[in-house]
Each structure stands twice: as C-alpha cells, then as structure tokens.
Design a protein around this ligand. Structure first.
Ligand code: HEM
Ligand SMILES: [Ca+2]
Ligand SMILES: [Ca+2]
Length: 303
C-alpha cells in the first residue's frame, strides 16, 4: 500500500523539501551521506523501516539509539532528518512520517555522491515503540562469521548477492579504530596482523590507530581509495587486501560471497543495478502502513 506519489495531494513539496535539505546539509557536512545511509540500515533491519532508531530514551524507556551498536551512529544522520521534518511540518503539518523522510533522504544522498537512483515508495508510518532490548541479533558486526552475517540478511529476505551489493555501502564513510584494531594491532602476537590485510595497509592502519585507546574518536575511511565517491572501488580493494573490517575481507575470502565481489569489482553497472534493487527492497522491510503506527510530531519522540 506504499506508492511513489503518496504525498501528491497532501504534501506536493515533499520531494523538493527533502532534496533542498539534503543538499544544504551534505555541502556543509560532507560526512552526512554515509552517516544517513548507515542510520537507514540500522533503522530497517531491526523491526523494519519505521524510524524506531530515531527515538530518544526517556526515564521509562531505553530506546534503540542507546544500544551499544548504535552509539557510534553520527549525529549528522539524525540532524538531516530533523531538519527536513521541521521544514515539512511548516509546509504540511502532521502529514509526513519520519520513516519516509529517512528513506528518501538516504536515496538523495547516495545520488549526490555519484551512486545510483532508485525508487523510494512512500507511506511508511512511524513506530510507536523503540526498545534497545529488541536490537540484538538484527544487526551485523565485523567479528561475526560470514554465515551469521548471511543469516541476518536472509532472515529479512535478502539473497547472498543482495547482501554483498548492500555491503558496497562501505564505498563511503569511515570506521572507528576499535572496530578493526584487534585484527591489525594484536599486541600479544607482537605486531602481527591478520594475513588478509595487505602488509603496508596494515602498517598504515597501525600508525593511524596507534593512540586509539586514549582517543576513541580516531577513525579510518572504509574505502581508502575513493572515500567520498559512491563507486565500485570498495570491491576492487578487497582482493588487494585493502578492506578495512574483518567482514569486508570476509566477503572476498568466503566462497559464497566472492563471486559477487568479483562481479561488482569488474562491472560498476552491475553493482549499481544490484545495489539499487537491494536498497529498494531494504526500504520496504517491515513497513507499517494504513492505520498502524503514527505520524510522529517529532522524530525523536513517540507521540
Ligand atoms: C555486512 C555486514 C556489515 C557490517 C559487519 C558492518 C559494520 C560496520 C561498522 C562496524 C562500521 C563502522 C561504524 C563506526 O565505527 O562508526 C560501519 C560503517 C558503515 N556502514 Fe556498515 N556494516 C555492514 C553492512 C552495511 C550495509 C548493508 C550498509 C548499508 C546499506 C552499511 C553502511 C555503512 C556505512 C555507510 C558506514 C559508514 C558510516 C559513517 O561514515 O558514518 N553497512 N559498518
Ligand atoms: Ca526500525
Ligand atoms: Ca568509493
């Protein structure tokens, strides 16, 4: 019951307001696109694309946002949604859901960085719950075995190829040192690193992260070659040992995922096609429509 022109009558300025907000925000804060794309994933995998990740905790409820895995979600992703919501409430009060804003803003930001356009169907409603305790097991972590990562995505209806395509999101953005230092910076093995890393890359990472215990904000680009461009270079990096996270390497070493890494590395068009199709599918996971859920007045608060 979602549709492309859901707001045609009720909020004809919808697309333009999102587009303007996103453009301004990305120009002033270039980390916004990656921040928002990851935020969208972290909304959609646990209990569907329903803006549950945007809700702030209260004295009575520990919200998803305060789950450990969500603490590193950057403020810019939340901020761009709030800005669009503020503008949309002025133009069309009580009409547009935060979940639709996040879905549409993510698409527009991917396109701004050179990624493919895909259709975002609209009419999602916002969740009336957000519980930190419901997150476990729904989001992938770099140290998980590939089987478990595949299982998380397949439980939401994604094939292995779609999972690999979605992981191409790591063509932009960055990761904090603590997400990969156990692999490149293993003191007990006297500076040995996981052999899947290119040795010079591993040394570079050791240097960049040398002080990460004192400075937990230290971070490294996911795609060291073209960190701000949405392209297929992420996949070209993996066979060279230039993947950052253990899960990135895993996509190349695991025989189930490797053929897709090779295909997307060789052919950007096929990556873009698979990514757009999988993103459109991601944007439909578990959506609430009709009279379920609500249109939140504020994206960080259940009505
Ligand atoms: C396959 C399993 C995946 C794992 C284990 C994983 C894990 C991670 C981790 C640990 C980070 C670093 C976060 C930080 O330190 O702040 C990260 C960053 C990121 N992830 Fe993933 N991810 C996966 C798949 C995906 C998918 C499917 C998407 C989107 C469709 C995605 C989008 C992003 C983006 C855009 C960033 C950069 C965030 C930023 O720069 O602010 N990831 N991921
Ligand atoms: Ca959600
Ligand atoms: Ca890139």
């Amino acid at each position: 019951r979602l549709s492309l022109d859901f707001y045609r009558q009720s909020c004809p300025q919808f697309s333009k307001i999102i587009q303007d907000t996103v453009t301004n925000k990305q120009i002033t804060s270039p980390t916004t696109a990656a921040a928002t794309l990851r935020l969208f994933l972290h909304d959609c995998l646990p209990n569907g694309c329903d803006a549950s990740v945007l809700v702030s905790s209260t004295a009575f409820n520990r919200a998803e946002r305060d789950h450990e895995i969500n603490l590193s979600l950057p403020g810019d992703g939340f901020d761009v949604v709030v800005r669009a919501k503020t503008a949309l409430e002025l133009a069309c009060p009580n009409t547009v859901s935060c979940a639709d804003i996040l879905a549409a803003a993510t698409r527009d930001l991917v396109v701004m960085l050179g990624g493919p356009y895909y259709n975002v169907y609209l009419g999602r409603r916002d969740s009336r719950i957000s519980k930190s305790s419901l997150i476990d097991g729904h989001l992938p972590k770099p140290a998980m075995p590939m089987s478990q990562i595949i299982e998380i995505f397949s439980s939401k209806g994604f094939t292995v190829e779609e999972m690999v395509a979605l992981s191409g999101a790591h063509t932009i953005g960055f990761s904090h040192c603590k997400e990969f230092t156990s692999d490149i910076y293993n003191y007990s093995k006297s500076f040995q690193y996981d052999p899947q890393y290119n040795p010079r890359f591993a040394q570079g990472l050791q240097k960049a992260c040398a002080d990460y215990r004192n400075n937990p904000t230290l971070s490294v680009f996911n795609d060291i070659m073209t960190p701000n461009k949405f392209d297929n270079v992420y996949f070209q990096n993996l066979p060279k040992g230039l993947g950052l996270l253990k899960s990135d390497h895993g996509l190349f070493t695991d025989p189930r995922t490797r053929p897709f890494v090779e295909k997307f590395a060789a052919d950007e068009k096929s990556f873009f096609q698979a990514f757009s199709q999988a993103m459109q599918k991601l944007s439909l996971v578990g959506v609430q429509t009709g009279r379920r859920g609500e249109i939140r007045h504020r994206c960080d608060q259940i009505n």
